[in-house]
Design a protein around this ligand. Structure first.
Ligand SMILES: NC(=O)c1ccc[n+]([C@@H]2O[C@H](COP(=O)([O-])OP(=O)(O)OC[C@H]3O[C@@H](n4cnc5c(N)ncnc54)[C@H](O)[C@@H]3O)[C@@H](O)[C@H]2O)c1
Length: 391
């Protein structure tokens, strides 16, 4: 992770987080460990818990405590009560800054209120679904501190959501099932950056890709990108693999279950495990079994059997290893610079969901290019004048 390493060296010299406590609720993986090391190098006291009970790498959690001085509350496969108690434990540290991937810490703090909430000056939110929850707090007039929406940063949308999720979601599906995608039909529900990445990769592996959307512009985009666009139920009836990437709930529900093909594979790449209605599957099934690790197979009417991956949880983390390190290098470089920006400027920001300053995206992209030895051109003074002149 050369970009983050550069930032870690800069942080060690400049100590932008000196004296601050950060409560971070992130996937506890090796890549996150490098972010935590960067924050500690910048002077922060870091308490970390998991943002998903299935994504924790226990060895990483232990190493962060033993070798790097972080406080970690996470164990792979922890139950819901333990998961919540771990969030409470990092909130009890009295952080000034929060880091979320799904807004669980922010929600917890706002539900509880009191001095812990008052002490927070700002936070970051990694994912689109988390930003939706933060936005809901803002709409109710209850958001107590500024939050930077990291997934909206230009460089993150490109690298993390489109390329990272595109590759790793398919990686999860292939690891869990060992299926062949060539010649099969794969339906993607949602054509945001996430769905776009999955569609492009699946097509590259030889699948015929169908896109389902509710936004007419995105549906048109999918059509112009060369995919078949169909309503969700029709796509379910025609597809061998169904992947949700919408952020919405019950995207695959009773009516889809009723028509799915024998052998169909169901996977979710959206943040929360609400996109595939597991309840609808259970209600329609006459029997179910664990067909392979992370694959539950349901017997449905007409002798059909369909396969649900990772209980409908986010497939690239539950069945694979999340985004590869080069992707998280970019994402966490943005996160590290964003939290340093908040440490410096949070008190000047309204309690609202904010964009990451464009300068941070540019800086991270510049460092990423430098790391791989790529040089680019720069505008001349004359060109800059031309581009900014009304005349
Ligand atoms: N797995 C990962 O590693 C990963 C990475 C980034 C984002 N995400 C998650 O993936 C989801 C999508 O992210 P995004 O950035 O592409 O979001 P986005 O909001 O840009 O795109 C989602 C798309 O889904 C469409 N949609 C909503 N409801 C639908 C429905 N019922 N049927 C069909 N389409 C529907 C929307 O119109 C939108 O175009 C979010 O939950 C996000 O948090 C996951």
């Amino acid at each position: 992770m050369p970009v983050l390493r550069t930032i870690r060296e800069r942080f060690a010299a400049e100590r932008p987080l000196d004296g601050l406590t950060i409560a971070a609720c992130l996937h506890v993986t090796a890549e996150t460990a490098n972010l935590v090391r960067t924050l500690i190098a910048g002077g922060a006291d870091v308490a970390l818990c998991a943002s998903n009970p299935l994504s924790t790498q226990d060895g990483v959690a232990a190493a962060l405590v033993a070798e790097h001085g972080a406080e970690v509350h996470a164990r792979r496969g922890e139950d819901v009560d333990t998961y919540v108690s771990h969030i409470a434990a990092i909130v009890d540290r009295g952080p000034q800054l929060t880091m979320d991937d799904g807004a669980d810490v922010i929600s917890f703090l706002h539900a509880r209120g009191g001095p812990a909430l008052d002490a927070v000056i700002g936070g970051t939110e990694d994912t689109t679904s988390g930003a939706i929850r933060v936005h809901a707090l803002e709409e109710e007039g209850r958001l107590a501190f500024p939050v930077l929406a990291l997934a909206r940063a230009r460089v993150s949308q490109l690298v993390e959501t489109r390329h990272g999720t595109g590759q790793s979601a398919l990686d999860g599906i292939l690891r869990a099932t060992n299926t062949l995608l060539a010649g099969r039909t794969l339906a993607v529900y949602g054509y945001g950056p996430c769905g776009q990445g999955i569609a492009r990769r699946a097509q590259g592996l030889g699948a015929a890709v169908v896109v389902c959307e509710v936004d007419p512009v995105r549906a048109l985009e999918a059509r112009l990108d060369g995919y078949t666009v169909l309503p969700g139920v029709e796509a379910a009836a025609r597809s061998d693999v169904l992947v949700t990437a919408t952020g919405a709930s019950d995207v695959v529900a009773d009516e889809h279950v009723a028509v799915m093909r024998d052998g169909a594979i169901l996977a979710n790449a959206g943040h929360f495990d609400v996109e595939i209605s597991v309840g609808a599957l259970r209600a329609a099934a006459t029997a179910s079994r664990q067909a392979r690790p992370l694959v539950e197979q349901f017997d449905l009417s007409g002798g059909r059997r369909v396969n649900l991956l990772a209980e409908g949880r986010v497939v690239n983390l539950a069945a694979a290893e999340g985004h590869p390190a080069p992707v998280m290098d970019i994402a966490f470089a943005v996160e590290a610079l964003a939290i340093a920006h908040l440490a410096d400027a949070a008190t000047t920001l309204e309690p609202a969901l904010h964009e990451v300053p464009a300068a941070i995206s540019d800086e991270v992209a510049r460092l990423a290019l430098t790391a791989v030895g790529v040089e680019i051109d720069h505008l001349s003074d004359e060109q800059r004048r031309y581009l900014t002149s009304w005349a």
